[in-house]
Design a protein around this ligand. Sequence first.
Ligand code: DGL
Length: 262
Amino acid sequence: MDTRPIGMFDSGIGGLTVLKEVKKVLPNEEIMYLGDTKRFPYGSKSKEAIVEASRNCIKYLMKKNVKLIVIACGTATSQSLDILQKEFDIPIIGIIEPTVRYLQEHVKSEETIGIIATQGTIRSMAWEKNIQEKLPNIEIKSEETPLLATMAEQGWTNNKVAKYTIKEYMKCFKKIDRLILGCTHYPLFEILIKKELSKKVDIINTGEKVADYLKKYLEDKKIQNSNKIKQFTIYLTDKETNFAKLAKQLLEQEIEIKEAKF
Ligand code: DGL
């Protein structure tokens, strides 16, 4: 047993979709969540900038004495995970490996998998590399959907603009078997996405896959927490945002936000 918290970070509100799923399957784990709102959006930044930002988030969380780090961000996972796993002496889990693990268990035949994500994630080809290494017969269709994370930070996830944007972005995904929401902000649009796709399409919220993977990981390493303790603490690098309002809606509870200075 290890009662230390789990550290988690994203550029903003998106990672809370991961936090929400993790809390469902691991209610006893305390989470320290860092939203790097000062540097949002990560999706349009260079690889160097993302590695630097992610490195600083990890250093900040390590000072809070966390037992492991979850990169609750597709952009940071795709561009910095490999590099930072070598730099730090703490387990770091991203969103791609848990999702590929799920695909390995569930994909039975030749399928077509769609991926939507930020520009940085799509440019990195990290999803393609990781999926095709394990499932070479899969056809992948990936598309940048750069407007969505910014709309989510504005709380525009179910208005006219969101409906129109999702309709446009979904046009090229009419013949797929699954759709990976490759940015953690995107589960906030799940209802609209569902309406545009066939009912048979498996829409993959990576937060759910991270939560299942993490549960197994903590059990295997015997570092789960069995004491019921404080749920989570949220730190932001810039508090001048809609974060508190959106977080309250998403997590359905009052949220206290602390400032992270670095
Ligand atoms: N939630 C993030 C992701 O998964 C970041 C979006 C952004 O900052 O552009 O990619």
